[in-house]
Design a protein around this ligand. Structure first.
Ligand code: ADP
Ligand code: GN1
Ligand code: MG
Length: 373
């Protein structure tokens, strides 16, 4: 779990934790996980009797989420709905969905003295969260993400707020990239000409899914929209994906993007910011494992057009994510958490390498989907 420490912003954390009726002694809070967006802490408490109890405390990113109250409304709605589904299936909602700990005054979140939104959740124990996985674990995560979409197929989509407008609108991402390039605030463009050209040459691709949505070929569904492997908790005992987490972008979207974002992150053997691009290779056998699991989890709910466009989902989510990293780099690294200068550029480069690989193996990717439909 890492060392117990007093974080730099202990004062704010104390203020936030005081808003909750925690079990007896607060032992500490430590930065936790490898998310790029929220400020996540693991909070450890010692009740008078029994074992220590852990919680996940998250400060929501104001750079990413302009309307945190609406986001939290979505969170409550979605987790409540999944809870009912899990109960109906005879499962354990305390492990199979996230939930919130209420504040002392009965609220779902706390707003600190600086206006930042915080939420506290029970830590789902006896699970693991992976940055990379074996084919077996990757397939398990695919089943869980496919099932997540299946479980939400009847959710009243019109009640969901769009937490980040145009989140996977790849045309809009391209336009934002062009704006950041034109502004070139930090005079960085001159050093990344190859990467810029890579994006500009793929403008037409950015319209493929959006055009299919506009024409009615692809349906709008309730989707997760951030289906990274580390947004799933794997049950340590069974090796199954037990809980889908990081629900902040769950909103109407395209199923091919949920498929695609998992492939982007997980169907390779390198870190997202690997500097040595010879190590960054799209692994079609991992892609196959994920395809099998995702289609199993989705239980026949995808249309023929969605199946046909799955490989595009992978290619586009990878291109889009690379565009977003490069945009943030040109813009001065305000959106994604970075640990060193140039990390967003390294991230963009890995994504573009994976896009190239997928472009070369696009026919094989389609053939894999055909095998499992
Ligand atoms: P971000 O939006 O920054 O990615 P996440 O919601 O994904 O934030 O949380 C970051 C990490 O915290 C996750 O990858 C996971 O390791 C851990 N985590 C989040 N919620 C829980 C939970 N309820 N139980 C156990 N671990 C959790
Ligand atoms: C962010 O929050 P996290 O780390 O799970 C981002 C995703 C990107 C991803 C790239 C809300 O995901 O869209 O694909 O980083 N989330 C948000 O690793 O922007
Ligand atoms: Mg996350």
């Amino acid at each position: 779990m890492g060392q117990i420490s007093i974080p730099q912003n202990a004062q704010i954390l104390n203020e936030v934790l005081a808003a909750y009726a925690l079990p007896d002694t607060l032992l500490g809070a430590v930065r936790y996980g490898q998310g790029h967006i929220n400020d996540t802490y693991c909070v450890l408490c010692q009740p008078q009797e029994g074992d220590c109890v852990r919680f996940i405390l998250q400060g929501l990113s104001s750079a990413a989420f302009p309307n945190p109250d609406k986001l939290m409304e979505n969170f409550v709605g979605i987790t409540g709905y999944i809870r009912e589904q899990v109960l109906a299936a005879g499962g354990d909602p305390s492990r199979e969905t996230l939930s919130l700990v209420k504040t002392r005054d009965g609220r779902d979140y706390y707003i600190d003295s600086q206006g930042k939104y915080w939420r506290l959740m029970p830590f789902i124990e006896h699970t693991d969260c992976f940055q990379s996985a074996t084919p077996q674990l990757f397939e398990a995560s695919a089943r869980a993400f496919g099932r997540f979409q299946y479980m939400l197929r009847g959710y009243p989509a019109h009640t969901l707020h769009e937490t980040i407008p145009h989140f996977h609108d790849t045309e809009d991402r391209f336009a934002k990239f062009q704006a950041a390039l034109a502004a070139d605030k930090l005079d960085r463009a001159k050093d990344v000409q190859d990467e810029i050209r890579f994006v500009l040459n793929r403008q037409a691709d950015c319209s493929v899914a959006m055009e299919a949505l506009r024409s009615g070929k692809l349906p709008l569904r309730v989707t997760h929209n951030d289906t990274k492997l580390n947004n799933i908790l794997i049950d340590r005992k069974t090796g199954e994906g037990i809980c889908v987490i990081d629900l902040d972008t769950t909103m109407p979207g395209l199923s091919i993007n949920d498929f695609g974002d998992s492939i982007r992150f997980g169907a390779n053997h390198s870190r997202e910011d690997e500097k040595d691009l010879s190590k960054v290779n799209f692994d079609i056998s991992l892609y196959e494992a994920y395809t099998r699991g995702f289609l199993e989890g989705a239980q026949g709910s995808l249309t023929p057009a969605e199946l046909e466009y799955l490989p595009w989902g992978a290619r586009l989510m990878t291109l889009e994510c690379g565009i977003r990293f490069l945009t943030d780099y040109l813009d001065g690294d305000h959106y994604f958490h970075t640990q060193y200068a140039g990390q967003n550029l390294d991230r963009a480069r890995t994504q573009f390498k994976l896009v190239r690989d997928m472009e070369e193996q696009f026919e094989e990717m389609a053939a894999v989907v055909c095998k499992y439909m």
